[in-house]
Design a protein around this ligand. Structure first.
Ligand code: ADP
Ligand code: MG
Length: 378
């Protein structure tokens, strides 16, 4: 039975590409293999630069897309090899779902007139990936939802519902990637799934940590935990129109960029770096707590995925802000934090190959369910 799919996710943290090989033939999905390729520092820097306009950016974007496809192909090769050792031949893999690398996310320009339609742009070269792997590739998942008036994001909530939803209780799922996004999953058959981007996730904490310690991220959140909160800075960070917007809403590095952070930090230049890190952690946590409190208040469980689930300081602060909720890693529900979003793109590829919708209009705000993505046959 050809019911195996590969999902590839590289998010706004710019840390690397996570991949999973998923078997969908049983009642519950099974991750057969996982692999990761870290982004080399120069590639990471180039992707970060491509988030804003710069000289020769069309050429540079195309070259970055090619390099991403080569990195993706390495992840796929590892997954195919691991699958083979378990008796899963490559011809049993139906397709790869390849998210690509978001460098612009401007969906809210969308209005009734096509000339004012918004857009979301993921660098990717699915043609090259199909050539390198010999597998069908599904890519560009977000554009169709944006074309239908939606945010194009988040796309994981339908998958979260299938994996983490419960028959008799509301469950919240928080993905702490570069940006944070929440899914609120009502008991089966009772109400609509909600989902939206809460605000910054790890992106700004990573940038601050890199600058002051040289490390790409604050392992376990130990550095943030060593600092103290700067209430004035926190208030200034939270003073952004995004937080007052009702869902559907989504965001990215377009808003929560280093330039944005530097503007906010200008008045706090004398403060200790660890206190700023502690405050950035609180800036990540606070909108997530507010989102769960407003939209998932019946929930007794907050399942956390994405690399932020490894940040013990963030997890402790979430728990402190949500005393009635049990805050736990997705690991406890059978999916390690860095496999959840990749598995979501394996699921989204499966939806596309079966010509089934991948979006939830109640989440993204699109005019209706849409079959997402474009297929690049092997
Ligand atoms: N051990 C850890 N301790 C603290 N933070 C971590 C750890 N491992 C990963 N992270 C954080 O998770 C991020 C990667 O998360 P990920 O889910 O891949 O995000 P994205 O989808 O945006 O790439 C890293 O940039 C880092 O901030
Ligand atoms: Mg990542």
């Amino acid at each position: 039975m050809r019911n195996h799919y590969i999902g590839l996710m590289s998010g706004t943290s710019l840390d690397g590409a996570d991949g999973v090989l998923v078997d969908f033939s049983g009642d519950t999905l099974r991750v057969v293999a996982s692999a990761t390729e870290a982004f080399p520092a120069a590639f990471r820097a180039e992707l970060l630069a491509l988030n804003t306009s710069g000289p020769d950016e069309l050429h540079r974007a195309a070259m970055a897309a090619n390099q991403l496809a080569v990195l993706y192909a390495r992840v796929v090769l590892s997954l195919v090899q691991q699958g083979a050792t378990q008796g899963i031949a490559a011809d049993r893999i139906t397709a790869i779902g390849a998210h690509g690398q978001t460098v612009r996310h401007q969906p809210s320009l969308t209005s009734a007139t096509a000339s004012k339609a918004g857009y979301t742009l993921q660098l990717n070269n699915p043609a090259l990936l199909a050539e390198l792997t010999g597998l069908d590739v599904v890519a560009d998942f977000r554009s169709r939802d944006v074309a239908a008036g939606g945010q194009g994001a988040p796309l994981a909530p339908a998958f979260h519902q299938g994996v983490f939803g419960q028959a008799d209780a509301t469950v919240c799922v928080l993905n702490l990637g570069g940006i944070s996004n929440l899914s609120v999953l009502p008991p089966a058959g009772q109400g609509l799934v909600l989902g939206f981007d809460c605000g910054a996730g790890n992106a700004l904490m990573d940038a601050w940590c890199q600058r002051h310690t040289g490390a790409a991220f604050d392992a376990s959140g130990a550095w943030a935990a060593s600092g103290r909160l700067l209430p004035g800075l926190l208030a200034s960070l939270l003073d952004d129109a995004y937080f007052a917007l009702p869902p559907p809403k989504s965001t990215g590095r377009d808003l929560f960029s280093l330039a944005w952070l530097e503007g906010k930090l200008a008045a706090f230049s004398g403060e200790r770096p660890e206190d700023i890190q502690n405050t950035l952690a609180e800036f990540t946590v606070s909108p997530c707590v507010a989102a769960v409190s407003s939209y998932g208040k019946d929930s007794k469980r907050l399942v956390v995925c994405g690399g932020g689930a490894f940040n013990q300081h963030l997890m402790a602060r979430l728990q402190a802000g949500l005393p009635l909720c049990r805050v736990e890693s997705s690991d406890l529900h059978g999916l390690p934090p860095l496999q959840v979003e990749a598995a979501a793109f394996a699921w989204l590829a499966r939806q596309t190959m079966q010509r089934l919708p991948g979006n939830l209009p109640g989440v993204t705000g699109a005019a209706g369910p849409r079959v997402l993505g474009a297929i690049y046959p092997a």
